[in-house]
Write a protein that binds this ligand. Structure first.
Ligand code: PGA
Length: 235
């Protein structure tokens, strides 16, 4: 595991973007595993700048996102599909037909999980998977549990996650209570993993990377992967 400590969010975003940019330059047909949340926004901004400067070409890139709220369509501005369009896809030359997010409106959730896992498999999983982390150690929406989930599944969100995410909604009641997420197994199939966290995630990141490997801290599973880079703000 490669651990990079940075001084602030600006540096975090620049270093993360440079790793993603290098991936795209080295393999223009990369499958990028992408994440939502506040943490990656700065990295996406840096990627858009690099694209505008003519340094990056996303025309042959494909992407698979970690997760999506159940019940929200891509037009809903709280959906993760909307987030990805708004923060990255609308600003670079990626073909949106090559960008994949679980379908939050799927009625048969089991079928949607199977479809999404099969899709990830058909793409060979991510060449580089970007991850944020929750204060409870979740990655994607893999909440602390008694076992690591192998595949894409539907989860009931923990109260702490609903509270954390309610800052982005008008009222807490509007936050969906369940979500589709890649499993820990799906995430670990990525060829490379990049975990990023701001200053408020220092404690949980250190617990995840130096503590016991346990499904109670889902991100601790990353210790089992052979090519993980962790960048976090630590002063
Ligand atoms: P955040 O969320 O980047 O908005 O803090 C990360 C996560 O919960 O995975």
């Amino acid at each position: 595991m490669k651990v990079i400590k940075v001084k602030n969010y600006d540096e975090l975003s620049k270093v993360a973007a440079s790793i993603i940019a290098a991936q795209v330059i080295n393999n223009p047909q990369s499958v990028l595993g992408l994440a939502t949340g506040s943490t990656p926004i700065g990295a996406y901004k840096n990627l858009v700048c690099a694209y505008n400067d003519g340094l990056l070409d996303f025309s042959n890139v494909k992407s698979i996102n970690l997760d999506e709220y159940c019940g929200l369509s891509g037009e809903n501005d709280q959906s993760y599909r909307y987030f990805m369009n708004d923060n990255l896809f609308n600003h670079v030359n990626i073909d949106k037909n090559n960008t994949f997010v679980p379908d939050g409106t799927a009625e048969d959730s089991e079928a949607e999980c199977e479809r999404y896992e099969a899709l990830c498999e058909s793409l060979g999983y991510a060449d580089l998977q970007l991850l944020g982390i929750g204060h409870n150690g979740h990655i994607g929406f893999n909440e602390p549990a008694s076992a690591f989930a192998a595949k894409t599944h539907c989860v009931k969100l923990q109260e702490s996650t609903i509270n954390a995410n309610s800052r982005l909604f008008e009222k807490k009641e509007d936050v969906p209570t369940s979500a589709f997420t890649m499993g820990i197994g799906t995430i670990l199939k990525a060829k490379k993993i990049l975990l990023i966290g701001g200053a408020d995630k220092k404690e949980i990141i250190e617990k995840a990377i130096y503590g016991d490997v346990t499904p109670e801290v889902p991100a601790s599973a990353l210790q089992l992967h052979k090519d993980v880079t962790v960048i976090y703000v630590a002063e």
